[in-house]
Ligand binder design. Sequence first.
Ligand code: HEC
Length: 441
Amino acid sequence: MYPVWEVPYLSAGIVLGLIATFHILPSHLSTSAMWFNVYVESKAYRENRPELLEFIKNYSLLLLVFAYVFGSLSGIGIWYAATVANPRGISALIHTYVWGWATEWVFFIVEVTGIFIYYYTLGKVDRKTHLKIGWIFAIGSWTTMVIIVGILAFMVSPGKLPATGNFFDGFFNQTYWSQLLLRTTLMFAVAAVYAIAVATRLKNVEVRGFIKKAAAKWGIGGLILGTLLAFWYLKTLPEEAHGLINTFVPGRLKSGMIITVGLMILYFIYTYLKPLTIRFVPAILAIAILFAGIWSAERVREIIRKPYIIPQYMYSNQIIGHDISAKGVVAEVKRLNEVGILKVAPFVPRNLREIDEGNRLYAGRVAALIQCSACHVFEERGLRPMPLMVKKVGLKEVEGAESFLDGIGEYPHMPPFFGTPEEKKALATYLVSLADGSKLK
Ligand code: HEC
């Protein structure tokens, strides 16, 4: 166990979520933009329309700067944030999938060098060679998606890995193919929305119109296919996830996704019909709308794996809930209940390891930080604020709070309480203090 990273109002998970959502735009652009580029470039050569290369130049520059500078920075940001927000979760993933990531990074190097070669050799090498560079890039970058989706899908549905410990049993789990195809189709919509924005800045009016119309078609196709595949993806989700979608995913997140898809389809249709009327600002607004939709989808993905960070393995609060015998991992539940979480966790102040009248409230706060702060903040406002939650269930007495903790594992979205009866009393005391406002600062 590691120290807890408490982020007021937001929680560490939301910080990670914000970085990850931002990362989706450049990462999906990086896997998709080159497909659109090679399409336009082939057309330019086949139909002898060299003016189309103006678009290629601008779009590749966007790819280079936005996807490969900001994309790489935010990608590293995810690693940093995950390492402090949920060190044991990321450690479990690395122990399982280090070779997956190593393979992904081989293709990542193809991409990162490929974009520089592609951009700087345009017009300087012969057409055939340049197109070949484009194809190598397009396939190499999509391969990074083929690999990373296995690891992402594993976090929602670990497949047979918990039973067998086998890399591929977890990788090709029940949501792998549906998620891969879903992301593949949606990435074309991401490519399209950026291509339209780039096209608004082109000098040649004819090229501007052509690119916007072509991109609009890619966008409509990607979104419609993506919507169909989303239904398939929903079908492949584990049963528990369906329960959580029906009961716990807030309506605003569901409508956030549906409205985004609707608005984006309308935007693409409008762009197709009247390509020249779409200017720079609306094109940027469309990207912002897409971002909001992705945020809703990511929040839903986060909710449906509660109470776990890796289902059937580790809870969101980093406590290992189940044996993974094939990998020699032992559940910690028994030990924490017998010895005590404040005794086992290494980063607990020494004076809180034994609880007495004087330190009970503070020990309770530390127990709450370890066990509850993955999903709740302790301020009055923010992510599922604990003072509000406590008032909602009417915890006014310590005994009442203790029996709430006894039954907390019955909620489909919360882990059980871990610790000794003494620790339960301390946590209950702290919860009650939140309700009456005498909370520790
Ligand atoms: C894996 C995430 C997660 C963890 C860890 C977690 N909770 Fe929750 N908790 C939730 C969710 C999700 C809700 C539902 C929020 C809502 O209804 O808006 C919730 C709701 C609650 C409620 C209100 C219950 C109700 O019936 O409305 C209380 C009280 C609560 N949590 C206390 C705790 C305590 C105490 C801990 C730590 C021992 C804890 N939670 C740990 C996710 C979590």
